[in-house]
Design a protein around this ligand. Structure first.
Ligand code: 0GY
Length: 310
């Protein structure tokens, strides 16, 4: 079924809609599991997309996200501000408040934000800001503005989520390693999984995590990183199996600093839209013991987003 974009908006040409009717995962998530990376889009008629956006998605509402959470067996969500909403966090805040404490948020803010506005975001459930360095998604923000924001959110106990491509890590290294907060990397810094897992590109990312104990990683988005795609779903073979060695290595080396998320509604995928049930079935291929699964899905996200409950 084709998903709509409401309001005065037309979806970006070639836009792939999220998959309505995901399978029920075969992997039983540990009780209390957190989907630590997902988004809401609009609906555009209620929460307009930002003028500076680089794409216009189909709508993906808070109710649809909550239905997916329950269908897959997650207890909670972390909703990450998507670039199509710029620094207008209203859809995110609305979704967090409506969740009754079952969602936290990661916002995008500018340096002009007031202390009172930061406090209001905190009250709604926001616990971090996202700095995006993926050039197709955002315009450049000066580093001094980002560092100023980081120093203002640090006293709130928030963290910084960073999204970048692996080839850009050398250039961003000095900035990232100077951040004064916990730093959470989206999707393992987007490695090129056609390169060897023990080659120099991924070694630099591992060094980043090893040398900086404040750095965490989401081991999410195999569907975004894979070159092989979702084939080989049967038997012991994982879908997206070219991503498994990378994610598994990070989970096993840094079991207390990893998070996992669906990335629903999967913005900007070009060749297929994943079945979120099958994405959940990817988890035991990268976190291979019940203990690693519990840390990845429950203990770690609870420590970061609901510390008062741990
Ligand atoms: C993701 C990935 C993407 C997009 C965004 O905020 C966004 O627009 O995050 C992407 O296009 O790679 O993490 O959802």
């Amino acid at each position: 079924m084709s998903q709509a974009t409401t309001g005065d908006f037309t979806k970006t040409a070639g836009w792939l809609d999220w998959f309505d009717g995901p399978s029920r995962p075969r992997f039983a998530l540990p009780p209390g599991s957190v989907d630590a990376h997902c988004h809401v889009f609009g609906p555009g008629a209620e929460f307009p997309y930002a003028p500076e956006r680089k794409y216009t998605p189909c709508d993906a509402s808070k109710a649809q996200l909550a239905a997916l959470r329950d269908h897959l067996g997650f207890a909670r969500n972390v909703i990450v501000q998507a670039t199509c909403h710029g620094a207008d966090n209203r859809a995110l805040v609305d979704a967090c408040i409506a969740s009754g404490g079952r969602a936290r948020g990661v916002a995008t803010v500018r340096r002009s934000i007031s202390d009172a506005e930061l406090q209001a975001l905190h009250a709604a459930g926001v616990r971090g800001v996202r700095f995006n360095f993926v050039k197709r998604l955002v315009d450049f923000t000066p580093r001094d503005e980002l560092m100023e924001i980081a120093s203002r959110i640090a006293p709130l106990g928030w963290h910084v989520v960073i999204y970048f491509e692996a080839v850009d890590l050398p250039e961003l290294w000095d900035f990232f390693t100077a951040l004064p907060t916990t730093v959470v990397v989206d999707h393992m810094g987007r490695p090129d999984v056609s390169l060897p897992v023990d080659g120099p590109q991924f070694a630099l990312f591992e060094r980043f995590m090893r040398e900086y104990p404040n750095v965490w990683s989401k081991v999410s988005c195999p569907e975004r990183l894979s070159l092989g795609g979702p084939k080989a779903l049967n038997g012991e073979q994982a879908a997206y199996r070219d991503v498994v060695p990378f994610a598994r290595r990070i989970v096993e080396q840094f079991p207390d600093r990893v998070l996992w998320g669906t990335d629903w509604p999967h913005p900007n995928l070009k060749d297929h839209m994943p079945d979120d049930g099958l994405l959940v079935d990817f988890i035991p291929h990268i976190a291979v013991t019940p203990e690693l699964q519990r840390r990845l899905l429950v203990t770690n996200p609870m420590r970061l987003y609901w510390p008062e409950e741990t």
